[in-house]
Design a protein around this ligand. Structure first.
Ligand code: ATP
Ligand code: MG
Length: 335
């Protein structure tokens, strides 16, 4: 039987190289061999953007364009909009009884994000429980595999715990998912911070124009001790090399470049020009397809509508099954 994949993104902005390295590339690669669902998590985006609904709505389209531009094929993958499937919110409600507040507060990614977003004492309850809504998204589609960056591994662990607890109490209905983490599982930001992220303003977007990409790469942080061309340079921890590791298709060429950089004799400007080249080759076709697709918004809306309807049918079945198992099938009680 074909395995099922589910993954998604928050429509808090257009997608960037971190998404590509962490998840998009794997989705495109596996979509032909797996039943693939890709979720635009607009409900989840509201957990820290409750006061900016128009922005989230606008970005649903941007994310959909990015998906199609990188090669997610709506003929084989199902793109769903989370808010179009209210059963996901219903399942989240059931799952909330299977986790403790203490467990939610221990989630290392959520902890980091709470710190980073500066909520202070004002953490939206929905934000603290968003890993539970992700558990609902994953299990509603009975996904076996979830292609994600490392930041999402705690979410999958949390999902597995919920699934085990659910299945133990109510009977084996839900599928235990596995995270599918790529080689470069956390792409750093152009500022050298550990994660490229929309909210940190350190991202190269898939839709950035060539000049913007060049400018962002030229400002990138390298090895501070590598002041002169002839100085030996550090490859490990050098953000430019991390990007090359993720995106340079010429692996032997990259190994040679690393050796030369370590030995001294490769300047940071030349190194960055190489990265700019690699990124232009990756991004040019994506940008061109995106511009083409953007000319026909009706077509994008149709893809989203059809995907969401197909996805909803699957989620509805799972939730009906869950409801029966939980003795919440009201229809049967009153019949
Ligand atoms: P936000 O700042 O709004 O949370 P984000 O940039 O973190 O946005 P998400 O929509 O939260 O993006 O993440 C979607 C997917 O992309 C997840 O699977 C996540 O692991 C992956 N991802 C995001 N940023 C990176 C990154 N820098 N490196 C690797 N994977 C990433
Ligand atoms: Mg995020």
């Amino acid at each position: 039987m074909r395995q099922t994949i589910l993954t998604g993104d928050r429509p808090t902005g257009p997608l960037h190289l971190g998404h590509y390295a962490g998840s998009l590339a794997t989705r495109v690669e596996l979509q032909h061999s797996h039943a693939t669902y890709v979720l635009i998590a607009d409900l989840q985006a509201l957990t820290d953007h409750a006061d900016r609904p128009e922005e989230i709505r606008h970005n649903v389209m941007e994310v959909a364009l990015d998906y199609l531009a990188v090669g997610i094929d709506p003929a084989v993958s199902t793109i769903v909009v989370q808010s179009g499937i209210p059963e996901l919110a219903e399942l989240t409600g059931y799952f909330l009884n299977l986790v403790t507040v203490a467990r939610l507060e221990r989630n290392p990614t959520v902890k980091d994000e709470i710190r980073q977003k500066g909520f202070g004492g004002e953490i939206p309850a929905g934000f603290l429980v968003y890993p539970v809504s992700q558990a609902a998204d994953i299990t509603a589609f009975k996904a076996h595999l979830v292609p994600v960056g490392t930041d999402q591994v705690p979410m999958i662990e949390q999902t597995v715990e919920i699934v085990r607890r659910f299945n133990r109490i109510y009977g084996s209905i839900l599928v235990e998912p596995k995270a599918l983490v790529p080689r470069i599982s956390r792409l750093p930001g152009t500022d050298g911070r550990s994660k490229m992220s929309k909210s940190l303003g350190n991202a190269i977007y898939l839709s950035d124009l060539p000049d913007v990409v060049t400018d962002k790469v030229m400002r990138m942080y390298t090895d501070p001790r590598h002041a002169r061309v002839e100085d030996p340079g550090e490859v490990e921890g050098n953000v430019v090399f991390t990007y090359l590791d993720a995106f340079d298709p010429d692996r032997p060429g990259l190994e040679t470049l690393k050796q030369r950089y370590r030995a001294g004799g490769v300047g940071d400007v030349a190194l960055k020009h190489h990265l700019i080249d690699v990124l232009h080759r990756l991004l040019a076709p994506i940008r061109a397809r995106r511009q083409d697709l953007a000319r026909d918004p009706e077509q994008i809306l149709r893809i989203l509508r059809e995907g969401t309807e197909r996805g909803r049918a699957v989620a509805r079945d799972t939730v009906a099954e869950a409801r029966r198992a939980m003795h919440l099938d009201y229809q049967a009680i009153i019949a």
